[in-house]
Ligand binder design. Structure first.
Ligand code: TLP
Length: 347
């Protein structure tokens, strides 16, 4: 049976060009700064996001942690959304390792934070208060259905926050999806943040790795923090080579994933027993809900899995499906057939 795996864009296989590049990669010891392929990837990544320097890290979680470690000291406060990946899904690393207190504000359904609430949350000088040291944004926003924040939305938070001397970090795990979805240059989304993390191993299909970018001083501190958390890799050019292919060849095709996500969402919306907020379907993520009592969420997941379709259950009768390299329009049509069979009981 053909498996149509929509659990995440992290399940992508490396492309043939990536495998070839990995095979031929020139390598060295990256802790000594001597891996030419890692150095090439870091220079290319910095250029793409319009920052002075970049650092190759093992994962998005490590990139966010290293960024927070570099911006903050123990006891500082970090403002972020209550649906931020860093708050919900990174095992509390910011608290456990960076020793910061996370101050959450409600994310709006489109992934935005209300700029007035952000400014009001910044602590004044008072003997009782921890200092606010960082604001974190996420674009596209995973738990908000892959919504993309425009440069104007980003600026409405970043400009006043930075005017108050507080840096902004962007969890841009899928920021390339945001740029393709909005049709804006990536640099428009990153120019008003101090640091950005993005992933090579999601929609861009590389097997491993993420990037942290910022100014030279920030990246030099982040490099030391990466070493501290055990992320100093040696002949990492073997995996960085795939990252270079990801940046050079895999960005424009994200538009296909967005078209397929739209097709899936519109099909799901027609199914009796399911609901989708089509407004939030702006990139490769589709969050949909089970709105019938005929079955449980686990009946849906199991029923679909029996038909070769994998989706993620994310709680509260909601599910997530993510399109990616390797999923074609015909797979979406097959998946929709499976949904109709499982949820409506018809082929
Ligand atoms: N997200 C994964 C899971 O952890 C949920 C996924 O399948 O979507 N920021 C954002 C916005 C992310 O979506 C993710 C991964 C990360 C950070 C962490 O990246 P990794 O998985 O590389 O540590």
């Amino acid at each position: 049976m053909k498996i149509i795996d929509l659990r995440s864009d992290t399940v992508t296989q490396p492309t043939p060009a990536m495998r070839e590049a990995m095979c031929k990669a020139e390598v060295g010891d990256d802790v000594f700064g001597e891996d030419p392929t890692v150095n090439e990837l870091e220079a290319l990544a910095a250029e793409k996001v319009g920052k002075e320097a970049a650092l190759f890290v093992a994962s998005g979680t490590m990139g966010n942690l290293v960024s927070i470690l570099t911006h903050c000291r123990r006891g500082d406060e970090v403002i972020m959304g209550d649906k931020a990946h860093t708050f919900l899904f990174e095992v509390g690393a910011a608290a456990a390792f960076a020793g910061v207190q996370v101050h959450i504000l409600p994310n709006e359904p489109n992934g935005m934070l209300n700029p007035d609430l952000v400014l009001a949350a910044i602590r004044s000088e008072n003997i009782h208060f921890p200092p606010t040291r960082l604001v974190c944004l996420e674009n596209t926003h995973n738990r908000c259905g892959g919504c993309a924040l425009s440069p104007a939305q980003m600026d409405s938070i970043c400009t006043p926050v930075r005017e108050r001397g507080i840096p902004v970090h962007l969890d841009g795990a899928r920021v390339f999806n945001a740029s393709v979805s909005l049709g804006v240059d990536l640099k428009e989304l990153t120019r008003n943040v101090d640091s950005v993390m993005f992933c090579l191993s999601k929609g861009l299909s590389a097997p491993v790795g993420s990037i942290v970018a910022g100014n030279k001083e920030f990246i030099s501190g982040a490099r030391k923090n990466r070493k501290m958390v055990g992320g100093g890799m040696r002949q990492a050019g073997v995996i960085a080579a795939a990252g270079i292919v990801a940046l050079n060849e895999m960005v424009d095709r994200l538009a296909e994933d967005h078209t397929n996500a739209r097709l899936l969402a519109e099909g799901l919306k027609e199914i009796d027993g399911l609901d989708v907020d089509l407004n939030t379907v702006q990139s490769d993520i589709v969050i949909f809900s089970l709105v019938t009592e005929r079955m449980t969420p686990s009946d849906v997941v199991t029923g679909l899995a029996n038909q070769g379709v994998k989706v993620g259950f994310i709680g509260n009768r909601q599910f997530r499906a993510v399109t990616h390299y390797g999923i074609e329009e015909e797979d979406i049509l097959l998946a929709l057939d499976a949904f109709r069979q499982v949820v409506e009981g018809k082929a």
